[in-house]
Structures are given as C-alpha cells and as structure tokens.
Design a protein around this ligand. Structure first.
Ligand code: OGA
Ligand code: MN
Length: 198
C-alpha cells in the first residue's frame, strides 16, 4: 500500500497532478464497478449538481453525469474496503506531508454516452474545505476512441489528457487545477472525491 501511495504523491509533487495506474486492486475496482452498475440499474444514481450540497444547482450544460455518495452507513463491504484504503492514504499524507486532512467525501459517478463536465475547479467559492481531488476510474476495456478523457489545463502549457482507464487514480489540489471531462462515447464510471480540511 505504501508503495502505491508514494507513486501517487511523488508524481503529484513532480507534476502538480499525481497519477497512479494500479491504485485499486483489480478485485476492489471490479467490486465497486458492480456496485455502480447495480445502483444505476435500480435508478439510484442522481443528476449531479454544481456548488456544495446546500447550494446546489443543476445545469446540464455544465455537467451531465449521475452520482451517488458512498457512506459508511451503507455497511457495504466494498465501500468499507475503499474507506480503509483512504484512511491509510490520509495517515500517510498527514505524517509525510503535514497536510492536516481531517475528512473526506466520495461519490460514484456515471457519465452515460454523450455526457461531459465543462472546465471547472473543485473548491467551492463559499467553502474551502476541499483540499485535494481524487478520481479513481472503474472502466474495463477503455480505448482511445471512447473519449471521456480528463483534460487538465495547466497554466501557460498544453492541456494534459488522461484516459479513464480502470484502477488508475488521479490526485491534484482542489483549489488550483482547472480541468474538464471530455464527452464520453460510452458509459464512463469512476469514484470521485475530496480530501478535506475543515
Ligand atoms: C469532478 C471531475 C473528473 C473525472 O467530478 O469534479 O472533475 O475525470 N471529475 O471524472
Ligand atoms: Mn472536478
């Protein structure tokens, strides 16, 4: 576990955007993907909004994904395994980088064919709790023509396009990094969340 944390953090320190290719085990990625598919089939995924949970607005010209929040109250064995991994990551970050993270929130995200999320940053204007953004992809068999890249806008440089390949995790500062999700040409699945300091 420590090795994959180091991979993610070292690439974050070097490039401003951390990437680790096999952050989730194949097993856990598959289990969480099955959860997402089940949630979708039972109609529990909801249109995502922009703004925080109190001040949310739903504008389909900005983003068109469907989400569902993970929660320890679900007592779902796979969500709990994911939380154990995140708890370990936070311990690692706080002890090696003095980040002072004291909370997190994660949701499943489904971009159905044709969905996207226009250029934005993740920190809210009225609440600076979100410190680091993480996206963990759950897609098996993603190929270039499937679109759906995460496009990172680095100031003064060409954008960086990241394919949403299963198991891959991306990590960046929520207050700084402008990014967007390009149109997905087939259903695109992930867990997205934020490490917080309140
Ligand atoms: C987000 C987001 C990126 C991605 O949900 O805020 O930017 O690659 N997601 O899914
Ligand atoms: Mn975002």
């Amino acid at each position: 576990m420590q090795a994959i944390f180091e991979t993610l953090i070292n690439s974050f320190v070097e490039n401003g955007v951390g990437i680790a290719d096999n952050f989730l085990s194949r097993q856990l990625a598959g289990d969480l993907k099955n959860n997402l598919v089940r949630l979708s089939e039972s109609g529990q995924m909801q249109p995502a909004g922009t703004g925080n949970r109190q001040l949310v607005s739903h504008d389909k010209t900005v983003r068109s994904d469907l989400i569902y929040w993970l929660d320890k109250k679900h007592n779902d064995v796979h969500e709990n395994a994911f939380f154990v991994l995140m708890d370990a990551l936070i311990l690692h970050l706080n002890s090696s980088c003095y980040t002072g993270i004291n909370g997190y929130e994660f949701h499943y995200a489904l971009y159905e064919t044709g969905s996207f999320y226009k250029k934005h940053i993740d920190q809210f204007r009225n609440n600076s709790g979100r410190q680091y953004s993480m996206i963990i992809y759950l897609n098996t068999d993603w190929v270039a023509g499937d679109g759906g890249q995460l496009s990172i806008h680095h100031a003064g440089k060409a954008s960086q396009e990241i394919d949403p390949v299963g198991g891959k995790t991306v990590f960046f500062k929520s207050s700084e990094v402008e990014h967007e999700v390009l149109v997905a040409n087939k259903p695109r699945m992930s867990i997205t969340g934020w490490l917080k300091r309140d």
